[in-house]
Design a protein around this ligand. Structure first.
Ligand SMILES: Nc1ncnc2c1ncn2[C@@H]1O[C@H](COP(=O)(O)OP(=O)(O)OP(=O)(O)O)[C@@H](O)[C@H]1O
Ligand SMILES: [Mg+2]
Length: 489
């Protein structure tokens, strides 16, 4: 496919001359007579290089350049400057132009500059692809996850991070919303600028507003000096508004004003202040519900919900558990100076099937505690909290740790995990076990196999769902509040 070049100039003779030269090079040429028209073409076509005049009646070349870099970060921009105007060439380069051309355009320089820009673009894209491939192996940035739902989250981050769009990150407590907000900043063009966060649920109204908007001296009792708010501190960068659903109605109005005009006033001040802050909001609340209850403004909701990223709870992506567990074992083993190198299949089984209402935060905590309590180099069922032991300890058929082979950290991809669990426990055999223990063990394994899907497990075991529940209850294995515990079907 030929590369697409857009030439923007209000002088049609110069467009034609440049277009002719480049068309002869085999490129696909587009023309726009001004900035606005250029924006339309950019929205409709995947343009590789834009060559734009510096001065145009409707939008300056530099403004167009900024818009392009914010919205199409991989598109290269070449600025046309007046003859001998080194100043504007410098200004263009500072603003992020990938090259500049002096007027009148010399044909060979036009060819060469365009070629350079295209080469730079393809190098850039290759790097991005390479990075993506590396990231995809174990996760994105420091966010671990290879499951389908997390791949979708990473795709959204990649798409939306380079833009200035407001992003709303949604998901239960402990799913990693803050990590994702961080990744959005680090993958944006603002990454070298400030990144600030504030928890809207933790502060009462006056304090929250003075944190956000700052205040003038004497704005209220105790305001002895002027203070810059986060909207000013984060200028050029990103501000995470965590628990945005907790923001009170008055603050919501002021916040909406900032979003719409990028303008606000300090408390006790009357001078409107301009700011350029990219907003990321996060919430674990049901905002739709808050709207119904009159707690959250509909207009604000629509304004921040343009690019929602939903982070799935851990129970919807159990495939990520082995990788997360291994990473946390390594991390806490180092932190607490323990030499824990793996986890037994039985313990990993538990981790894979637990409810994880507290999501990844809970998994981290459980593993940290286990690392601290661990008796040996391989984490075992007994190293986990007592809550866990009552669920599974009595189903442990081989309690002698020396005969249990652990899963070494780092090798436990979800695939080889499955197989090692089965072969290991099958070696043990059933000789000498009571019938009740055998039954328990069959139920435990089948639940592990079905990802704790009780309906499927009951089918595989050839018993009714109610019978399975009665048995689970008698073993003390039923989690209260487990969403799958629905007997109506
Ligand atoms: N995919 C992941 N890979 C590695 N660590 C993770 C991942 N997701 C979350 N964590 C870790 O889990 C913990 C909780 O994550 P985080 O604070 O981002 O959750 P949250 O969604 O903001 O929760 P809350 O709503 O309670 O504020 C953090 O220590 C974080 O580093
Ligand atoms: Mg959080």
């Amino acid at each position: 496919m030929p590369s697409k070049i857009l030439v923007v100039d209000d002088d049609s003779a110069s467009i034609e001359a440049a277009s002719e030269v480049l068309e002869r090079e085999g490129y696909d040429l587009f023309a726009a007579s001004g900035g606005r028209e250029a924006l339309e073409t950019l929205a409709a076509e995947d343009i590789d290089v834009v060559i734009t005049d510096e001065k145009m009646p409707d939008l300056s070349g530099i403004d167009l350049l900024k818009h392009i870099k914010d919205n199409y970060p991989y598109t290269q921009v070449i600025i046309l400057t007046g003859y001998g105007s080194i100043d504007s060439a410098v200004q263009a380069t500072r603003a992020g132009a990938d090259g500049y051309l002096e007027k009148p355009i010399q044909i060979n320089i036009l060819r060469q500059t365009t070629k350079n820009a295209l080469e730079k673009r393809s190098l850039f894209l290759q790097n991005v692809n390479l990075r993506e491939q590396l990231d995809d192996k174990f996760g994105f940035a420091n966010i671990i996850g290879t499951s389908k739902p997390m791949q979708e989250v990473f795709r959204m981050i990649r798409l939306v991070a380079p833009t200035n769009a407001t992003v709303l990150i949604r998901g239960e407590s402990g799913v990693g919303k803050e990590l994702i907000a961080n990744a959005l900043h680090n993958h944006s063009r603002r990454k070298d600028k400030p990144y600030r966060t504030i928890n809207c649920g933790a502060l009462y109204r006056e304090l929250l507003e003075s944190e956000l908007f700052g205040h003038e001296r004497g704005a209220f009792t105790g305001a002895t000096t002027r203070k810059l708010g986060l909207f000013e501190q984060a200028n050029g960068g990103t501000l995470l508004l965590d628990e945005v659903g907790e923001m009170g109605p008055e603050t919501q109005v002021k916040f909406l004003r900032v979003l719409e005009g990028q303008e606000f006033t300090r408390l006790g001040g009357d001078k409107p202040i301009k700011t350029d802050v990219r907003i990321v909001a996060a919430t674990n609340a049901d905002l739709e519900d808050s709207i119904k209850n009159g707690k959250f403004r509909t207009d604000l909701y629509h304004r921040i919900n343009r690019f929602p990223i939903r982070v799935p709870p851990l129970r919807e992506r159990r495939a990520d558990i082995p990788l997360l567990a291994s990473a946390f074992i390594k991390e806490f083993s180092r932190e607490h100076e323990r030499s824990i190198s793996g986890i037994t299949p039985q313990a990993m089984d538990y981790l894979k099937n637990a409810a994880w209402d507290g999501n990844i935060r809970e998994l981290r905590n459980v593993i940290e505690t286990a690392i601290i309590l661990a008796q040996r180099e391989t984490l075992d069922l007994g190293d986990f909290s007592s809550e866990f032991q009552t669920s599974f300890a009595d189903s442990e058929i081989d309690s002698d740790p020396d005969t249990q082979m652990g899963i070494p950290v780092g090798l436990d991809t979800p695939d080889n995990q499955e197989s090692s669990v089965d072969t290991e426990s099958d070696k043990v055999g059933t000789v000498g076990m009571t019938m009740e223990d055998i039954e328990k063990e069959a139920i435990r394994k089948t639940l592990a196999e079905t990802g704790n899907n009780k309906k499927r497990a009951a089918e595989m075991l050839g018993i009714g769902l109610r019978t399975l529940y009665r048995k689970l209850e008698s073993y003390g294995w039923l989690n209260k509040g487990d969403p799958e515990d629905d007997l109506s079907e």
